[in-house]
Ligand binder design. Structure first.
Ligand code: CTP
Length: 415
């Protein structure tokens, strides 16, 4: 990179602000002059002193600072730079940029500048995916604002997904590419943020929810599964581009967008619908299939008729996961099951993986104290040929996104 470049780095308020110290250090190594503007929220995450020490320049953080105005007005601050970089670019600062709001030094500079701007977004995945942020990114793109990232991964908030600020190396790469006149970086992205779709061209099958096994026309055997985990997985796979079929037992959930949903009631119907969905590249059996049904479903409502205790004779339901594993040339390329356990979670899941012929088993604790069944969070241990991977506690949606990413990586590695 040419040594006479000057960058005005705007540091907004996000946990990723600490990464900007490394970015500045790398830019300085290349003899690029970096001057920092720190927002009020940014100062909660990184101190003006550390930015000043690493950049070797004054840090500007107050629009109305008389000293700053006397030394260098805000117009001069941006006039003096070859490129403005906003890192981390929070949902808030992107919204202000898109809306033309100038209520502090950073946003005033961004509104007043005629210099190119590169943003490195950083925020929670839900904020990144929110239609408001998408619209703002689209607006900024049409105005020529360049963007690097965000990436996909674990976030400080415990979620997993798109929204992590690009690493300092990536931001440096984007800055270097800009100064080289690299068209790919200089072309603003169009409209909504680009989603990586590594599973496009792949077919996925997901089972979800409980099954209901009729005893008579008004009674049934069921369990406490909500379907939240399976539905979130179907959505996450579709989000990554997979052509996804969700076979769902009775739940109170809305059909996930972009997914073909087949509604079933009983285990046998679920098996039939799964068979019809084959062949698939990946199947995730997240349903809590009822293990038993009555041997003889009564056609009419069973009457009490007084007398002693009644007995229900139960027969075992087909095991859908095991049936898929034995489906010869129709066996899904990657077969994933869940092991719902209330004790010895990993040990039981290991045995279950073998018994059912699954490639991966996601073990989770469903004991009453865990809050897994019906709740919004889950603690997963992923078992495969290589051993056990312990995931931190996270929301069921974060589990779904992490699993979908891992499935995508599996196919990328295999090809
Ligand atoms: N499963 C299935 N069909 C069944 C029962 C279970 O496809 N009839 C799948 C579940 O979707 C899950 C895995 O098998 O992916 C393990 O389910 P789980 O309820 O943990 O185990 P069970 O087979 O019911 O064994 P157990 O009740 O002895 O723990």
């Amino acid at each position: 990179m040419s040594t006479d470049k000057r960058i005005l780095l705007i540091v907004a308020g996000g946990i990723a602000a600490y990464k900007t110290l490394e970015l500045i250090r790398r830019l300085k190594e290349r003899n690029v002059a970096v001057r920092c503007v720190l927002t009020r929220a940014g100062a909660q995450f990184v101190t003006p002193l550390s930015l000043a020490a690493i950049s070797g320049d004054t840090v500007y953080d107050d629009l109305f600072s008389l000293t700053a105005e006397a030394e260098m007005g805000h117009i001069e601050l941006s006039r003096d730079a070859d490129l403005l970089v906003v890192a981390p670019a929070t949902a808030d600062i992107l919204a202000k940029m898109a809306g033309g709001i100038a209520d502090d030094l950073a946003t005033t500079l961004l509104l007043a500048t005629d210099k190119p701007v590169l943003v490195a977004p950083a925020m929670n995945v839900r904020m990144w995916e929110h239609p408001a942020t998408r619209a703002n990114i689209g607006t900024l793109a049409t105005r020529g604002v360049m963007r690097v990232g965000p990436g996909v991964g674990d976030m400080a908030c415990g979620e997993f997904g798109e929204g992590r600020m690009a690493e300092p190396d990536e931001i440096l790469g984007a800055i270097e590419a800009y100064f080289r006149g690299d068209a790919a970086v200089m072309t603003p992205s169009q409209g909504a943020p680009d989603r990586p779709r590594p599973l496009s061209g792949r077919r996925a099958l997901v089972t979800s929810g409980p099954t209901h096994e009729a005893i008579d026309p008004v009674r049934y055997i069921a369990n406490r599964s909500s379907g939240k985990q399976g539905h979130a997985i179907a959505r996450a796979l579709a989000d990554l581009g997979a052509n996804t079929t969700l076979v769902s037992g009775p739940t109170g959930l809305a059909d996930p967008p972009g997914v073909t949903v087949v509604h079933v009631v009983s285990a046998r119907e679920m098996l039939e619908a799964c068979r019809n969905a084959l062949p698939v590249d990946v199947a995730v059996c997240a349903a809590a299939v009822a293990d038993w049904r009555t041997s003889d479903e009564a056609v009419q409502k069973i009457k009490k008729n007084g007398g002693g205790p009644r007995t229900l004779e139960l027969v075992e339901n087909p095991d859908i996961l095991r049936t898929l594993s034995l489906a010869d040339n129709m066996r899904p390329g990657l077969l994933i099951g869940f092991a719902a356990e209330t004790e010895k979670v990993v040990a039981h899941a290991k045995a279950k993986r073998k018994k059912k012929g699954a490639d991966w088993m996601l073990a989770n604790d469903v004991s009453p104290g865990s809050g897994t069944f019906g709740g919004d969070r889950n603690v997963i241990h992923l078992l495969d040929d290589g051993g056990v991977e312990d995931w931190p506690p996270m929301s069921k949606e974060a589990v779904a996104r992490r699993l979908a990413e891992r499935i995508a990586a599996h196919f990328t590695d295999a090809s």
